[in-house]
Design a protein around this ligand. Structure first.
Ligand SMILES: Cc1ncc(COP(=O)(O)O)c(C=O)c1O
Length: 501
């Protein structure tokens, strides 16, 4: 389909009439997909070989171009028939939300205008929308709205941005120019902290050995006295503590560290206080938010992840830094080939990216569609449903309820004729629940992930899903028991389980 525009014929352009009809057709198909999610399996559980075959993965790129209508139709067929749908009402794996449909439309709009949100002159309105969205998110968290902030790809990057701001601010010398130069920087976080912290220590040159993994208490929160002792020991050894990371909702069990107390320790030792709020921070908007959130506003930086509890489609992470100059200090360079003299914000100054897409639009639109009240209602309902699941699991024969924080509930299947405890039984339960999880995930009936809770393998439901209903939650315990009994019987038949106690 070669299109002539102003005298030039391009194999890539699409004229307005064709664009309209391609778009209408695609929107019709997407609308049908969204309407049919509940009736579909969460995933078909296909193997990589099946999926590669469906794609015809080994075929070469054709020399000749093809009709966009056929291409878009084929792409939709492939994706609709061979995807896992995290927007399905029974998807509760990892921390991946159902995506607000307005996000899909806003991605189309953002790509159509295609602003480069690296520099204000290249994206006047988009840059201002991003700045407004950052202010709104900060306001929802009770964080200063004049903080620095920017959108990035997700929680990992948001945390890494804040980490690099902390490194520059607290290293004691200009680490960007000089490198570590022998400084033995040390950072502190609980053993439950997400793996981003390893990537941050690694790519920042500090090294993962600098991470002090602090033990947790029985509520899976960082142990404050162990933290103090470790900081004191490192100082006595001549090391340079620079950062404490608190979690506002750990990835495994949703535990919230005592943020206020962590902030006080950071003040005492002059350390940067960062909060990983990628999963849980948005729950701070609830009128009955857990008390631990009170220290959120004391953080030097916070990572939030709008593609989690703001229900934006992937990708959208957000880094907030209390002192906006500290963010600029960590990333800004002014090469001679840039001519951006405006007083307004140039986002290439605030992060590692140069050219940047318009991630903020989908968040800005969804925030307004639901309003603050809509988010309070939706996040509260996710948490209520997680509590409901915990109660039902606690009452179900064959299930053991383990933890519930925010919207994460963990539990495990325990055959009725097996008494937990003892190394052999516990390691059998780990294996059983591991296999059960694989069966459940492949079945397409519901999708859970796992956590390690007090050393044991647990099933984990994380509800960040505005499509999940009470009935979906009620259906889960009997489903897990049914699959658990089947898996137990299979393992027993294979001689992998000892005699019932
Ligand atoms: C607490 C926490 N931090 C960081 C991340 C990483 O976020 P992302 O996957 O968006 O990079 C996650 C992801 O689940 C998380 O739960």
């Amino acid at each position: 389909m070669n299109v002539e525009s102003g005298g030039r014929v391009s194999p890539l352009d699409i004229g307005p009439e064709d664009f309209r009809s391609l778009g209408y057709n695609l929107i019709d198909r997407i609308a049908a997909l969204l309407g049919s999610l509940r009736g579909r399996p969460v995933t078909c559980g296909e193997s990589p070989v099946d999926v590669r075959q469906a794609l015809d993965a080994d075929r070469d790129l054709p020399n000749q171009g093809a009709d966009p209508a056929r291409l878009l139709g084929h792409a939709a067929d492939l994706l609709f028939d061979h995807s896992l749908f995290n927007g399905h009402p029974r998807f509760w794996g990892y921390v991946t939300s159902s995506a607000a449909p307005i996000g899909a439309l806003s991605e189309l709009l953002a790509a159509a205008v295609n602003p480069n949100v690296g520099a204000w002159p290249l994206s006047p309105m988009a840059s201002e929308i991003e700045a407004q969205t950052i202010r709104w998110i900060a306001g929802m968290l009770g964080y200063p709205t004049d903080c620095g902030g920017l959108f990035v790809s997700g929680g990992n990057m948001a945390n890494i941005i804040c980490f690099l701001a902390a490194r520059q601010a607290r290293c004691g010398h200009d680490v960007r120019a000089k490198g570590l130069n022998g400084a033995r920087l040390r950072l502190y976080c609980s053993k439950e902290t997400h793996t981003w912290v390893q990537k941050a220590a690694d790519i920042s040159g500090i090294g993962t050995d600098a991470i002090r993994w602090i033990a947790v208490n029985d509520r899976m929160q960082i142990d404050l006295s162990a933290l103090r002792q470790q900081i004191a020991a490192d100082l006595a050894h001549g090391d340079r503590p620079f950062l404490v990371v608190g979690s506002a909702g750990t990835v495994g069990t949703g535990a919230i560290d005592p943020l206020h107390e962590l902030a006080a320790i950071c003040r005492e030792f002059n350390l940067w206080f960062h909060v990983d709020g990628a999963y849980g921070a948005m729950a701070a908007i609830l009128p009955d938010a857990p008390a631990e959130f009170s220290g959120l506003c004391e953080a030097d930086s916070i990572a939030v992840d709008p593609h989690k509890w703001l229900y934006a489609p992937l990708e959208a992470g957000c880094a907030l830094v209390r002192d906006r100059e500290k963010l600029r200090d960590a990333f800004s360079y002014h090469p001679p080939y840039y001519h951006f003299e405006t007083e307004a914000i140039n986002y290439y100054d605030l992060g590692p990216q140069n050219s940047r897409g318009f991630r903020a639009l989908k968040v800005w639109l969804a925030l307004q569609q639901a309003g603050r009240d809509g988010y309070v209602e939706t996040i509260s309902e996710d948490i209520r449903l997680a509590g409901e699941l915990f109660q039902r699991v606690a009452q179900a024969a064959g299930l053991e309820a383990l933890t519930q924080n925010l919207s994460i509930t963990t539990f495990r299947f325990v055959p009725r004729d097996l008494e937990p405890g003892g190394d052999e039984t516990e390691s059998y339960l780990d294996q059983l629940n591991n296999e059960l999880l694989t069966h459940l995930q492949n079945s397409g009936e519901a999708y859970l992930s796992n956590a390690i809770v007090r050393g044991r393998f647990a099933l984990r439901a994380c509800i960040v899903n505005f499509r999940t209903t009470q009935a979906d939650i009620e259906a889960l315990p009997p489903l897990v028991v049914r699959m658990g009994e089947k898996t137990d019987a299979k393992l027993r038949a294979a001689g992998l389980r000892g005699n019932p106690l």
